[in-house]
Design a protein around this ligand. Structure first.
Ligand code: ADP
Ligand code: MG
Length: 454
């Protein structure tokens, strides 16, 4: 199991930013394995919460695949010794003051509900502001009258702005109003994987029954994943029709506007627009302050006003980042047994937040492009010439050159040993297409820049 766990860590390292990986996964240790349950030891309860909310799917997929145990599960164990050894490594600053008051909430169930909904994402934990008002109103309307006016509901917006939260909240609300409702929450990626698996294992009838017949509300997250996946799009198209024509609610989320999803069938795009299309923008300061307060309250973290303001002012890119920063602060305060005051917050954030003038690295850009196009890092560096790979690679080269001014030769190296002329011509090609007002390409570049957080 230890070996499988190490492999899983490698998979996660590939998929997460270095900072997230180091903060949340590196400290986790693999414990015993019994009755298909793997014990993971963590320094304090915040880790279980954060990992469960953000990385559980990835983690379980990888562990199950590597161990060949499809129903393997995780149990968490807080290990004080881990916390102590981490606290020793952190430089304690200042005299020790009484620890912050942290009231642990009751431990949430390890397993998600059978519906797959994230137990944390309800409407009452969602802070409404001008940036997300429309999406919120449309979501509540769809949830209160499923299958009626706002069907389908299409929510789009940048990374970490609350799409998944809202989509889940719809599910919870419907379930609250009608406990017998059959809610299916699924990411487009999981839908794709299940579909392929069903095809390969001759279980397609079961798959279809599950999605077309045994489902009252379909919540499909991150539909942009279906870009260029023709066969899955076709399957989804028929799923959509079956549900729609029997008045069942469909909610779809995407990180771009329907027309901007590259390589998406026209007939699907037009269906997405039959109901309601609502966007979520980055929240403005007041909303960010309200969000930090809400999160602190939810996590049992005592947060004074000036720290809430400081956090909201410092972390602007997206809500996930904001939440992550708050949690990191709480973890550190608990380890060092210090209260979270403004000095402590300043000190901590100085170390973790890059100064505003710093730019992303080649790695960051490559990763952002991979995420955007759903290609692998290894493809980025391969010599494959298929358009689905070559195009993202060219865009990444262009962004690296434009933002970092890295030399063509070095870029060649960083993209798996390509000649500098290859890089040069890729950059030129993208430049000339942008100059010729290629709207799709412009939208793509903008979406990736948003992902890079500036
Ligand atoms: P997305 O799916 O758009 O990438 P998520 O829904 O995963 O973003 O949101 C990222 C995190 O930020 C989640 O933990 C979510 O609860 C939180 N979040 C985003 N918007 C809000 C909001 N308006 N109020 C409270 N929490 C929010
Ligand atoms: Mg999401």
């Amino acid at each position: 199991m230890t070996a499988h766990w190490r492999g899983t860590l490698d998979d996660l390292r590939e998929n997460l930013s270095t900072e997230s990986f180091q903060t949340w996964l590196e400290p986790v240790q693999c414990g015993g394995f019994r009755d298909e349950k793997l014990e993971l030891r963590i320094p304090n309860r915040f880790y279980a919460d954060w990992i469960r909310t953000h990385y559980l799917d990835l983690l379980l997929d990888s562990l199950r695949r590597r161990s060949g145990q499809p129903s393997l599960d995780i149990v968490w164990a807080v290990d004080e010794a881990l916390a102590e050894s981490m606290a020793k490594r952190e430089k304690p600053a200042g005299p020790s003051i009484p620890p912050p008051k942290v009231t642990p909430p009751p431990p949430p169930p390890v397993q998600r509900e059978s519906t797959n909904l994230n137990p944390k994402y309800h409407f009452d934990t969602f802070v409404v502001g001008p940036s997300n008002q429309l999406a919120h109103a449309a979501s509540t309307a769809a949830a209160n009258n499923p299958g009626e006016r706002y069907n389908p509901l299409f929510i789009y917006g940048g990374v970490g702005l609350g799409k998944t939260h809202l989509v889940n909240a719809v599910g919870h609300r419907v379930l609250h109003n009608r406990p017998s409702a059959r809610i299916l929450y699924v990411s487009a990626e999981r839908f794709t994987n299940e579909f392929i698996w069903a095809l390969q294992n001759h279980r397609i009838d079961e798959f279809r029954t599950r999605y077309r017949t045994q489902c009252d509300v379909l919540l499909m997250d991150d539909i942009q994943f279906l870009a260029s996946r023709e066969q899955t799009q076709e399957e989804f198209f028929h799923t959509f029709n079956a549900l729609y024509h029997s008045d069942r609610q469909i909610v779809v989320s995407s990180d771009v506007y329907p027309q901007q999803i590259g390589k998406m069938e026209e007939r699907l795009i037009s269906r997405f627009q039959w109901g309601m299309v609502a966007d979520i923008q980055a929240p403005e300061l007041d909303t960010r302050v309200a969000i930090v307060r809400k999160k602190a309250e939810q996590e049992g973290i005592e947060l004074v006003d000036d720290v809430a303001h400081f956090l909201a002012q410092t972390v602007k890119s997206n809500v996930r980042e904001l939440e992550g920063t708050l949690l990191r602060l709480a973890v550190k305060a608990e380890l060092l047994k210090r209260p979270i005051d403004l000095d402590f917050a300043r000190e901590t954030l100085r170390a973790t937040i890059p100064p505003p003038e710093s730019v992303a690295t080649v790695d960051d850009i490559q990763r952002a492009v991979c995420e955007h196009f759903n290609v692998r890092m290894s493809d980025m560096k391969s010599h494959r010439r298929h358009r689905s790979i070559a195009h993202p690679r060219m865009v990444a080269m262009y962004l690296c050159r434009q933002r970092l001014k890295t030399s063509y030769t070095e870029l060649g190296d960083r993209f798996g040993g390509k000649d500098h002329t290859t890089v040069l011509s890729a950059v030129r090609k993208i430049e000339s297409r942008l100059e010729a007002d290629d709207m799709d390409l412009q939208a793509t570049v903008e979406a990736i820049e948003r992902r890079l957080g500036r």
